[in-house]
Each structure stands twice: as C-alpha cells, then as structure tokens.
Design a protein around this ligand. Structure first.
Ligand SMILES: C[S@@+](CC[C@H](N)C(=O)[O-])C[C@H]1O[C@@H](n2cnc3c(N)ncnc32)[C@H](O)[C@@H]1O
Length: 281
C-alpha cells in the first residue's frame, strides 16, 4: 500500500491534536517532524495516509493510540547532572536551609518534584546529590527526602522505572566515582542502586492536568520542556508551580528557558553562574 505524504491540511489537524493532548506547540515548519515521528505508527495502524490516521486517533475511544502519538512526539533527550550548575545550586543553596530546619525539628521532610523527568537521569541525579549531602551531614538522612518524578511519555517512564542504562547512556554526564557508588553492573547494563530507587517515585503526569493532587513541594525542577509549549500554556505551568510550592519554595529551570515576560510569581536568584527562582511572598 502506498503511503501518502503529509498534506498541509493533515499537518494542521495533527498539530492541533498534539497540542491538545500534550501542549507541544509545533510551528508551520515542523511538518517533517510530524511525518518522521509518526511514520512508524502509521505503518503499525495500517493507515494509508495521515488523514485516516488522524481520524482513527481523534475518533478512537481508547487512550492507547493517543499515548503512542504523544510518546512519539516528545523529545526525551537528557543526561546525568545536566548543565552541572542546577545541581551545585541544589547542593549549596537549596538543601542546606531546608536541612537546617530538619535538624532544628521544624520540618520532617523535603519534597522535590522533577516535572518532566524523561528516562530518569534528572531525578536519579537529584537522588545522588542527596546521598552525597547525607554522607557529609550527620543527622540528615535520605529518608528525610522524597522525590516525585513525572513525565507524560510512557516509554520514558518505563525506562526510568527499570533504571537500567547501557554504556552510552551511563557515560553521559556522570562525575567520576558516581557510577561505582550508585550503580550495579548487570551484564552489559548498569542498574540504579536500590538506595537511589527508594528515594524516587515515578508516575505518569501531564503538565496540562491539575497539579493540586500532587501535594506541596519545596523544590521543583522543570527543565527543557516548556521550550516546546505555547506562551499561554507555559504561563499556566509556571503559575501552577508557584501555587504548589511552599511559600519559600524554589524552582529550577534550564538556561534556555526564562520566566521573563511569562510570570512574575518568582524572584530570580543566581549562584555559581546559574539562575534559579524563589516564589515571591
Ligand atoms: C527534553 S526532556 C527533559 C528531561 C529532563 N528534564 C532534562 O532536563 O534532562 C523533556 C521531557 O518532557 C516531557 N513532556 C513533554 N510534554 C509534557 C507534558 N505535557 N507533561 C509532562 N511531560 C511532558 C517529555 O516526555 C520529555 O521526557
């Protein structure tokens, strides 16, 4: 069966469908991306053109095809300790005052959300940072921390939950000694240690959904995801974080993202060449 190329009308239908279901906003020039990312699913569903593929997705009652489309359209690029300075900020600026409150008996737990955690490198890097902190700060234990890691992509979450990384993935960004300390070799892969896994709860979450059921957080990492969103959705996400964070809570975004002209719910702070944000009182 010959497969038709993506027409301009089909592109618009699929573009709107994708934005409706995951907030990813595609510019007019992204036809090739839709075509290449969805070609496999087109073949899998037996559709001969993108128009019938769209109708199958839009009229289908199940979430299966929708999940697969969202999965195919998300970019899951990530690495360990990505950009370094967010983790320096975590270690030197964010954890110490919260840990001091634990030592003073003014709090019992520090809750961190990795909101778009992809295949797990970000939340497990946070977990390694916490373990390193606990090793050098008597009285502070990993049980004082809770990391919620969420993503919309079922396949990214599957890999994160498995916590198994091949040499190529493990080699991207891990500082010396960390592989030996926090991973267990198993054949040709490296498995995240139980100590790290215990700290991280992974679950599916679409940033378009209500954040209220997730509870309060002291720190939110949300990096390299709002770059894909339209301005209104971006604002909704950041203002949702501001409501969810504890009054003095912190937000860490990537260097390619900015809150400027998006929301004024946060104050920008800098440390070690990196920027992070604190909720405005
Ligand atoms: C490029 S990765 C970033 C991973 C990690 N935060 C980092 O900085 O290395 C972006 C992630 O955002 C997720 N994502 C995209 N749209 C989303 C949405 N609406 N809700 C939740 N996650 C989403 C994708 O599935 C992908 O895993």
């Amino acid at each position: 069966m010959a497969v038709g190329a993506l027409s301009a009308a089909e592109f618009r239908l699929l573009r709107d469908y994708i934005e409706t279901h995951c907030g990813i906003a595609l510019g007019e020039e992204k036809g090739y991306l839709v075509e290449t990312r969805l070609a496999g699913l087109l073949a899998e569903t037996g559709c001969s053109d993108y128009g019938s593929f769209y109708r199958l997705a839009a009229n289908g009652s199940g979430t299966d095809l929708r999940d697969k489309i969202v999965d195919a359209m998300t970019t899951n690029e990530t690495l360990w300790f990505r950009d370094t300075h967010p983790f320096t900020i975590l270690r030197e600026q964010l954890i110490p005052p919260l840990a001091a409150q634990i030592l003073e008996g003014r709090r019992f737990r520090i809750r961190i959300w990795s909101a778009a955690s992809s295949t797990g490198q970000e939340p497990y890097s946070i977990a390694m940072e916490i373990h390193e902190y606990c090793r050098t700060h008597p009285g502070i234990r990993p049980e004082h921390f809770e990391i919620l890691a969420t993503d919309i992509s079922p396949s990214a979450l599957f890999l994160a939950k498995a916590g198994r990384y091949d040499d190529a993935a493990i080699g991207r960004g891990l500082p010396p000694g960390m592989k030996e300390r926090y991973f267990v070799p198993q054949g040709s892969v490296w498995c995240v240690s139980d100590d790290l896994k215990k700290l991280v709860t992974l679950r599916k979450f679409n940033l378009q959904d209500s954040m209220d059921p997730l509870g309060r957080f002291d720190i939110i990492f949300c990096r390299y995801v709002t770059i894909y969103f339209a301005p209104d959705f971006k604002r909704r996400v950041y203002e949702g974080f501001a409501k969810l964070l504890a009054p003095d809570g912190f937000l860490v975004i990537s260097a390619v993202e900015s809150l400027l002209n998006v929301t004024n719910a946060f104050d920008a702070l800098s440390h070690g060449g990196g920027t992070y944000y604190q909720c405005r009182p």
